[in-house]
Design a protein around this ligand. Sequence first.
Ligand code: GLN
Length: 207
Amino acid sequence: TLTVGVLALQGAFIEHIHMLNKIPEVKEAVPVRTEEQLNSIDCLIIPGGESTAMALIAERCNMLEPLRAFVQKKPTWGTCAGMIMLAKEATGAKKGGQQLFNGLDVVVNRNQFGTQKESFQTMLHLPEILGEQPFPAVFIRAPVISQIKSDDVKIVGRLEHKHGQTEAETAVAVIQNHLFATAFHPELTSDNRLHQFFVSFALKHKN
Ligand code: GLN
């Protein structure tokens, strides 16, 4: 079994904890705000919210370096703003950029759909991780992965998205070794298959 932490500096962390509490392999789902709590968990979820706020709070709580060290070695799943935080590079940030946890070798573009639609829900195919049944994916001012910078990064979810006149495929779910990221909010549905997936993924990459 696993002790799963959910970063609770800002954003939709309670919803993740509720989802995790339904999974038998989860011994405990705990909100994480301190380095001590970070040291007591097997894996971490970074929730959606507002990545600039999350970065500022992490910095103020002296959690930036502990979180950077954590994501280097322990299974971590970033959802939406959490995906931004888990990346090494983000575009679409306010001037001066923002601090990130530097895990995934990708560039994430924030608020990708912001000027067209702030939020939408779609049935998303994630065949490598969930098989045939599509997942009800909720996108709220969501980012996308705009560049992949390492061969270790595997795209496991793509969205077909009308971008002006052209149609571009964009990556909305990736795996890199022990790291998993989704651009959408799986904790806002009643479908907990992705949480189950993350728990088995974390058990596999536990060290
Ligand atoms: N737009 C937010 C950001 O850039 C992310 C939105 C979300 O997490 N739902 O941080």
